[in-house]
Design a protein around this ligand. Structure first.
Ligand code: GLU
Length: 297
């Protein structure tokens, strides 16, 4: 139980990526956040995760804001846009680089896939990408510097083994209590291998930006889909490395289509705007999701 008066200090957020139109899965996540936030008098925020310039668009951003408004999401303040916070991401990357915990990686995704797919049993990360074979970890500082001076493009990777060794934080970051249940969940960062922390075109990846923004927005409760549960291990590790307080985590069930598959923006799941055009109201969407998920939203 919260202390009286401490309740209003809780902050929840919904953090969509503007790379497609919102569908029922997003609506559930948003409304479930709203339900939990309302139950404890918390603040509800929106964050636009537009860290990927190739896939993000203003059209989708405007549409998702309009859809959330239509749905009655009722957030506070102005949505935070990740693309406006590069300096903060760069500073965190520099901090990790100064401590020797990240290294520049010159391999393209295609090169990594080519070298790993030749080996039948090469492990993949929870997103299904090949674990990075750490080719560039072997480069000396002078070799990397020379390649950067030649103008080679590079991303930043966390040196996982070193980070695990040097973390200097209590091991408790490697498990967390799923809020709203009694489940203790293992939060194992090493399943990501030498994770990508800074993109070629941005001084952060989703993982780093998400952790820094949750901190900057004062988020106390991260409520997101079960598909992101493996990411929480890496997020908690980054929080421990950067000395940031870890929020509570709750990973909710996903809304599935009739064949039991996760809804997706790229596959043909009807968007909220399609449903709206077909004449459904926000109350209809809420009622349908409450019925499907067996929870009053
Ligand atoms: N931007 C992510 C998505 O749209 C959500 C990230 C998060 O909630 O941490 O799937």
């Amino acid at each position: 139980m919260n202390e009286p008066g401490a309740e209003s200090a809780r902050v929840f957020r919904f953090a969509p990526s503007p790379n497609g139109f919102l569908h029922l899965g997003h609506a559930y996540s948003a409304l479930f956040n709203r339900k939990l936030a309302r139950a404890c008098g918390a603040t509800l925020l929106v964050r636009i995760e537009d860290i990927d310039p190739e896939r993000s668009s203003r059209l989708h951003e405007d549409a998702l804001i309009e859809d959330l408004d239509w749905l009655g999401f009722a957030w506070s303040g102005t949505p935070r846009r990740q693309s406006e916070h590069m300096a903060a991401y760069r500073a965190a990357l520099e901090n990790l680089a100064d401590r020797g915990l990240v290294y520049p990686c010159f391999c393209s995704r295609g090169e990594i896939a080519k070298s790993c797919s030749a080996r039948a049993d090469w492990l993949r990360d929870p997103d299904g990408a090949f674990l990075y074979p750490a080719t560039c970890r072997e480069l000396t500082g002078a070799q990397s510097k020379a390649r950067i001076e030649e103008g080679a493009r590079f991303s930043w990777r966390l040196e996982m083994a070193k980070a695990l060794r040097d973390i200097g934080a209590p091991l408790s970051y490697r498990e967390f209590h799923e809020s709203d249940s009694n489940r203790i969940v293992a939060a194992e960062p090493s399943v990501w291998g030498d994770a990508l922390i800074g993109r070629r075109d941005m001084p952060a990846s989703y993982h780093l930006a998400c952790v820094l923004d949750d901190h900057a927005q004062g988020v106390t409760d991260v409520v997101r889909g079960a598909d992101l549960e493996p990411a929480t291990g890496l997020h908690r590790m980054l929080q421990a490395l950067l000395g940031l307080r870890s929020p509570s985590y709750h990973h909710h069930r996903l809304v599935l289509d009739d064949e039991g598959r996760k809804l997706s923006k790229s596959k043909s799941s009807p968007s909220l705007r399609d449903l709206r055009r077909q004449g459904f109201s926000a109350a209809d969407i809420r009622a349908e999701l409450s019925r499907r998920m067996q929870i009053e939203l």
